[in-house]
Design a protein around this ligand. Structure first.
Ligand SMILES: [Zn+2]
Length: 497
């Protein structure tokens, strides 16, 4: 996939020349890692301690955990001799004078976490369970990059490098839940003309897919039958995580039915199943692998695979049965919506739209399914909406099920064509990673880049390596953390000096 993307970039866009970082940038980067490797790890350990997940009904500026996080952050900035300002939802940490500025865009909030799935607390930086890895919620997304930025700025300050541009680090506190307060902040604040979002991946991200959620409810229906039927189906955790847990309860089940399920699961990869009997109810528990839903190929979707395990028949259509039928008819275990009417499409540079069932919610009327889509350019939201509608209409007819509460949110993709700092960033990346011919890429995730002028993504994840943000196994390797410090320091010197 990544190779295909890089190749298409070479074939269809002008090849950009990487500019090797200068002497000053290289010596500052070296100084930063020689001097601040341990301090940067200590900084992250401190930031990880605050569970900065969004709490419904409590705005971030009023949330005591978020406030404690910001106090910690501001304390660290002050100790490093950087200036700072707390605007409520946004903390800005600065170095140097304006009026010209360069911005680093990050966020201090995190996604929910299931502590049972971690070797140690996800809010303690775990450096021992897996040697070489720093495990914890936010290590990759996005507290690690905040700590890196702080010490890149500190190194530049220590070396008294003269700055043509003031450096500003933006830490937004609701990136994972609500972009509204950031949009409000931007209306009254003069933003840097040039920005780098350190919440994505390398080499340089110039396009991001559009986020979307399709939700619908499979209605309750009482069944009075001695035939097998699916009594209950649950799974998923939050909308932007590929689910690793799912569970089904099948009433009036038989040994033969269980054998059929086992045959199906034998053909699957990366799944584990447990079976349990309660009278004639068969309980099937499925374990896949969580991942960021913008990279579904990094995970194994437990909801889709459990439905597939039950795909040997069409089930009586109560809520759980029609849900399983729907997943098998329209989604399957594929990642790109190819069974879903005509919605599937791809862009040469941005890749295919991904379509992932992520969360099931038991509601009064039945079971609500949320499908997370990530879409490239090439189709209007309106066209896509019509295609989804027509696929759902035709499924309803065929299955004699009327879906309730159909609701779609379909955001636009983001594409930046000529950011002036791309060549310097590519140069820094190539120099320090040893990866030659690095070219801009497109990603599935949606960052705050699109809200800032001339914002491109630059790390923290390496291309081709698994991205662990939003997963239940989030980490950054010590090696990558240090490499990021080298690269961010060099990049800031190249762009601000
Ligand atoms: Zn993030």
């Amino acid at each position: 996939m990544l190779k295909a993307v890089a190749l298409s970039a070479l074939l269809f866009s002008p090849v950009l020349l990487a500019k090797t970082p200068g002497e000053l940038a290289q010596s500052a980067a070296e100084y930063a890692v020689q001097t601040y490797e341990q301090a940067m790890i200590d900084s992250l350990a401190s930031l990880v301690r605050h569970n900065t997940v969004a709490v419904e009904g409590i705005p971030s500026p009023d949330n005591p955990v978020h406030r404690a996080f910001k106090q910690d952050l501001i304390g660290q900035a002050a100790a490093l001799g950087l200036d700072y300002q707390d605007y409520g939802y946004v903390v800005v940490i600065g170095l140097g004078q304006g009026p010209e500025k360069i911005g680093l865009i990050t966020h201090g909030d995190v996604q929910p976490v299931n502590p049972d799935k971690w070797a140690k607390s996800p809010f303690e930086l775990d450096m021992t369970s897996e040697p070489g890895k720093l495990l914890g919620r936010g290590t990759e997304d996005d507290k690690g990059p905040i700590s890196t930025a702080l010490f890149a700025m500190k190194a530049i300050k220590d070396k008294q490098i003269s700055l043509r541009k003031r450096i500003e680090l933006y830490v937004y506190m609701a990136e994972e839940s609500d972009w509204g307060p950031l949009q409000e902040f931007i209306k009254t604040h003069t933003l840097p003309e040039l920005n780098i979002t350190i919440d994505t991946q390398y080499p340089v991200v110039t396009a991001e897919k559009g986020f979307g959620i399709l939700s619908m409810t499979f209605p309750n229906r009482a069944l009075n039958t001695t035939q097998p039927y699916i009594k209950h189906f649950e799974g998923g955790f939050f909308a932007s995580q590929i689910p690793e847990d799912a569970k089904a309860v099948i009433a009036n089940a038989s040994k033969a039915l269980l054998e059929g399920i086992k045959q199906k699961t034998a053909a699957q990869q990366g799944m584990q199943y447990d079976y349990d009997w309660r009278d004639n109810n068969l309980i099937v528990t499925a374990l896949g692998k969580s991942a960021h839903s913008s990279k579904p190929e990094n995970g194994v979707n437990a909801i889709a695979h459990l439905a597939d395990a039950l795909s040997s028949q069409h089930w009586p259509s109560n809520a759980a049965g029609s849900l399983v039928n729907f997943i098998n008819d329209q989604l399957g275990t594929g990642l790109y919506g190819q069974q879903f009417g005509s919605i599937a499409y791809a862009d040469d540079f941005m890749g295919p739209m991904t379509v992932s069932p992520t969360v099931l919610k038991q509601v009064d009327k039945g079971i609500q399914l949320s499908i997370n889509i990530r879409r490239p350019k090439g189709k209007s939201a309106q066209q896509l909406e019509q295609e989804i509608d027509s696929a759902l209409d035709s499924w309803q007819k065929r299955s004699a099920v009327r879906l309730e509460g159909r609701h779609y949110r379909i955001d636009d993709p983001f594409v930046l064509t000529d950011a002036p700092h791309v060549e310097k960033l590519l140069g820094v990346f190539s120099h320090y990673s040893g990866i030659e011919d690095a070219q801009p890429v497109s990603i599935g995730g949606a960052s705050n880049s699109r809200l800032f002028p001339n914002a491109v993504g630059f790390g923290p994840a390496m291309p081709g390596k698994e991205y662990t943000g939003h997963s239940e196994h989030e980490f950054i390797t010590r090696e990558q953390f240090v490499l990021n410090l080298r690269m961010y320091t060099a990049a800031l010197v190249e762009l601000a000096n």
